[in-house]
Design a protein around this ligand. Structure first.
Ligand code: TNX
Length: 513
């Protein structure tokens, strides 16, 4: 079966000296069957064929062409006039196995052609990411490279295990610019991540302009951990992020964290405080000290207007309401508050996501709970799941990209433990949390909290190489799960990160070529 296919692919002779192993793809495909001795070279005569009549297919073809022209210098014309497989690279919306769903694809590499077939454009996009990993590392370079550009022959049939494969970026503790977020989106796309969860507000900063409450961004966004200048996204900036993500078939989930983690909002508007007094802005890293004023009716007008503006800017189905660490809110107030906020989000046509703490309130089955605990059982969450709630798995001791790799890691925290590659990879999201089996799990997400992170290099150092481990847990069938094989494939990504300029932790648990 799958394992045999992967093993035979591993031992197949390389089609050319510079060709990559057919089985080196991360996340591991469902099936990968090499055709020994066969390869297809991308050359000056290669044309990229996009499914006729599909603007998204043409856009994906143009993205691929633009990327490869930089490193190969080849013309790689894109045409939309040929329906069938032809010499070159064909991106087709016909002939894919129905079972691969909306994001799956079939990739065939023969001596004469490379063909990706999918049911939906999203599947073409994912298949193109696989094709990129089958090209020599130099294809990922930002400068002209000599080639040649062989792609090893064979067939991959592939689709995701889970619908939700996310990464969270905390832009509140330290602000990151649109360009920095876009760079991260490029990296997420390589590993078939399909959700970017943006943590847009916290005690230390409010990061998105709200027209009806302008001080949130202009004052509440004006600092960050350590007291730097902070920053915020204009609504046009946010839309630019959403669109850039959409071009990579990534859905943005905006989070406004409440009722706790709200000092930046409370500092911006005195009238939101129970005592009518605005606190000072906060630049430390403590949690749990702030709360919106639950008995105050203005609180819900505020939330309605904030969620309304954000929902209108967000094409995806979800709005994340946080709900974590509300230790300055009584249990009764917390339940009342979460109940009202769920109704507000629903009124704006969106589905609620909350950190699993929201299971302490009453959840309709549609509310998604994001598990961030460090244990494998949680009674309120299990009760919500029994009532139909789905779970996104972000166990902090496995998926938290802000945890240190080891004691002397310069960045990060260690409250949930040290996390190196073995720990990040060795758990089964569909069989981890008591009462939340495979069918209750919507997917996985790797949060990156930014108390200690300031630069793009900092983001990358914490995300790589652990993010691809979480991405594989989200995409690949459990039958392919194998730590030794994964670490070989992961190691092979290192040279790609080198040519792409991605800063990564050279974990001693991995052999880097
Ligand atoms: C806990 S995880 C938090 C965040 C911190 C993070 C640091 C969660 C829902 N809340 O406020 O940034 O730990 O690791």
């Amino acid at each position: 079966g799958v394992v045999a296919a992967l093993l035979s692919a591993t031992t197949a002779p390389a089609a050319a000296a510079t060709a990559v192993a057919f089985s080196s793809v991360v996340p591991a495909p469902v099936t990968a069957t090499a055709t020994p001795g066969v390869s297809h070279g991308i050359t000056a005569s290669t044309t990229i064929y996009a499914a006729p009549g599909s603007a998204p297919a043409a856009a994906i073809a143009n993205q691929l062409a633009a990327r490869l022209r930089v490193s190969t210098g080849l013309p790689l014309p894109v045409v939309t006039t040929v329906a069938g497989p032809a010499d070159g690279i064909a991106l087709l919306l016909t002939g894919a196995p129905p079972g691969v769903g909306a994001e799956g694809y079939q990739l065939d590499v023969t001596a004469s052609a490379i063909t990706i077939r999918a049911n939906q454009p999203a599947g073409l996009f994912r298949g193109v990411q696989t094709l990129r990993q089958l090209l020599p590392v130099a294809a990922d370079a930002a400068t002209l490279q000599p080639g040649p550009w062989p792609v090893p022959g064979g067939q991959i049939v592939d689709h995701p295990r889970f619908a939700h494969r996310g990464a969270m970026l905390d832009v509140a503790r330290h602000f990151f610019t649109v360009a920095q977020v876009q760079r991260y989106l490029d990296q997420l796309a390589l590993y078939k991540i399909n959700v970017l969860h943006l943590h847009l507000s916290d005690d230390q900063g409010w990061r998105i302009a709200i027209n009806s409450w302008p001080n949130l961004a202009t004052y509440g966004g004006g600092t960050q951990v350590g007291g730097g200048p902070g920053g915020y996204y204009t609504q046009a900036d946010y839309t630019a992020i959403v669109n850039y993500a959409a071009d990579r078939y990534i859905t943005v989930i905006p989070e406004i964290d409440m009722p706790g983690h709200t000092n930046a909002a409370l500092a911006s508007y005195a009238q939101l405080n129970c005592n009518g007094v605005a606190p000072a802005r906060y630049t430390g890293t403590q949690v749990g000290f702030s709360s919106l004023c639950v008995p105050l009716e203005l609180t819900y007008t505020f939330i309605d207007q904030v969620i309304g503006e954000i929902a209108a800017l967000t094409p995806g189905p979800y709005v994340h309401i946080g709900g974590d660490e509300a230790s300055s809110t009584t249990a009764a107030d917390y339940s009342y508050f979460i109940n009202r906020v769920q109704q507000i989000v629903a009124a704006h046509g969106k589905t609620v996501v909350g950190w699993h703490d929201v299971a302490n309130a009453t959840l309709p089955p549609s509310t998604v709970a994001q598990f961030w605990g460090t244990t494998t059982s949680n009674a309120p969450l299990a009760a919500a799941v029994a009532n139909g709630t789905k779970v996104v798995m972000s166990p902090a001791n496995k998926t938290y990209l802000d945890m240190k790799y080891r004691n002397n890691t310069r960045l990060g925290q260690k409250w949930a433990g040290l996390i190196d590659v073995n720990t990040a990879y060795e758990w089964n999201p569909g069989a981890y949390l008591t009462g939340a089996g495979e069918t209750a799990v919507l997917g996985v997400e790797a949060p990156l909290w930014s108390e200690t992170l300031v630069t793009t290099a900092d983001i990358e150092y914490m995300a790589f190489p652990r993010l691809p481990a979480i991405a594989e847990l989200g995409w690949s069938p459990w039958s392919t799960h194998n730590l030794t094989a994964f670490k070989q494939r992961l190691g092979a990504q290192g040279p790609r990160w080198n040519v792409m300029g991605i800063n990564y932790y050279h974990s001693t648990q991995v052999t880097w070529p």
